[in-house]
Every structure is written in C-alpha cells, then in structure tokens.
Write a protein that binds this ligand. Structure first.
Ligand code: PXP
Length: 250
C-alpha cells in the first residue's frame, strides 16, 4: 500500500492573515501541492479563525475535487464549525482538541474524561448521521486506554499525535519509547479495523524512522513543509528581482 501525504496549508493562510491581503492564496497553495503529488489537503478551521477562513474551506474543496483528492478538515467539537463541516461534506474530518490560547494543537483529544468522551462520541455520531460519506479520524495520543475508548466510537481512523516524538527527534533524544508506543497503537488499531494516521511537528528527517518502521499509512504535515518551502524558494525570488533591476539604471 502506498503511504499517503496530506499537506496542511494552514500557514499559507497565517501569512495572508498577517498582512490582511489576498495573498498568498491558499487555493494556489492547494493546487501546487496537489500538482506535485500530495495525496490530500488538510486544513484546520479554528474557532478563532486565526488562519483558515470559512470561505477558504469551500475554495480549497473546489481544488481538491478538481484533482480528485480528499479534503481533510481538522476541527474541534464546536457547533458552529460542525455546521460548516456538514454543509461542506469533506472526504475526511479529523477531530482535534482546541484551546484559544494555544499556538497550535498541543496534544490528542481527552477521551478518558466522561464529559469530553461524550462530546466526541456525540459529534462522531452526528457527523456520521448528517454526512455519512465523510470519514472521521480522531487526533489522539498513542495511549492504549485512550485508543480503547476511541475504538468504541464510530470512526474510520486515528491520527496519532507525533509532536512529542518530533521534538525528541530534533533534540537528539532517544526516540525508541515513541516507536514502541506507536507499534502497540498500530497493532491495537488494526485489530479493530481502524486506520492509523500520524501528524504534528514532523520534518523530512523525523518522518524517516516512522516510515522505516512501517507505522502509519498517512501523514499530515504542515508547518515544516511551509517553512522549508520558503528557503527552497527565497533564493530564486531574490534572483528574479535582481535580474529585473539589472535592466534599469538610476
Ligand atoms: N495533524 C493535526 C491533527 C494537526 O492539528 C496539525 C497541526 O494543525 C497537523 C497534523 C500538522 O502539524 P504540523 O503543522 O506541525 O506539521
């Protein structure tokens, strides 16, 4: 089975929102990554709309549909966002915890606390009823108690939070304990016929041990790809300006 890459383009919208201009365009970003082989576009419509806006969801979906690729909408269990998801009907929804004060999603959903568990369970059931064609994944820690709770819900996949692993990798710490946890998570999820995805904090280097240990069938990667794209393009754009300026004198 080929391994899928979902590219999260939220931070193209972050740059756009920082200037309040119409560029950079998330639609163009979606087109470029799909043109270059990405298997899915991932966007997170946050309650505070700090990057992706409501109008982007529909606009990006037009691009994914044109390429015949899935749109994966990340979202919290929030009524207003759930309504947008139902109206959009993306191929995938990834439910995540969301706190306004956080810089980014900081960890997996809490399914152990009864109130949270009920909220996630009810959201899954509601989404499955309203948009039955949409697959659901839950963003979770590789914790067996949490995964057992997840397996009792109507879901198609679990996306394992790899943020702590990715940080440990970058800092040169021992990553074995994460690989062991991910293997156990994978074995459990596959025994329940739940697909195994991964995401958060991954880079071109830190994804390698996960790939070579054959742990996940899908990876959703955003921040590092957008950051690295700056450096792979910055020289070329500077050069374009200098070539243009060379045609003129002052
Ligand atoms: N998966 C989920 C559920 C996320 O919340 C995020 C961040 O929006 C990602 C993947 C991508 O993480 P990163 O931008 O760190 O690659």
């Amino acid at each position: 089975m080929t391994i899928r890459l979902g590219v999260n383009i939220d931070h193209v919208a972050t740059l756009r929102q920082a200037r309040g201009e119409d560029y950079p365009s998330v639609v163009e970003a979606a087109r470029v990554v799909l043109e270059n082989g990405a298997d899915q576009i991932t966007i997170h419509l946050r309650e505070d709309r700090r990057h992706i806006q409501d109008i982007d969801v529909e606009a990006v979906q037009l691009v994914t549909k044109r390429y015949g690729k899935p749109l994966n909408l990340e979202m919290g269990c929030n009524k207003e966002i759930i309504d947008i998801a139902v109206a959009t009907g993306p191929e995938w929804i990834c439910l995540v915890p969301e706190k306004r004060e956080e810089k980014t999603t900081e960890g997996g959903l809490d399914l152990i606390g009864e109130a949270n568990n009920a909220k996630v369970r009810e959201t899954c059931a509601y989404l499955k009823e309203k948009i039955p064609g949409t697959k659901i994944s839950l963003f979770l820690e590789a914790d067996i108690h949490t995964l057992v709770k997840a397996s009792e819900m109507n879901i198609d996949a679990v996306e394992i939070h790899t943020g702590d692993y990715a940080r440990a990798f970058l800092q040169g710490e021992d990553i074995e304990k994460y690989l062991t946890q991910y293997k156990a998570a994978q074995e459990f999820l596959l025994s329940k016929k739940i697909n195994c995805h991964a995401g958060h904090g991954l880079t071109l280097e830190s994804v390698c041990p996960l790939l070579s240990n054959n742990l996940f069938e899908e990876y959703n990667i955003g921040h590092w790809i957008i950051c690295q794209a700056l450096f792979e393009g910055l020289g070329s754009v500077t050069d374009k300006f200098k070539k243009l300026f060379a045609n003129y004198t002052y």
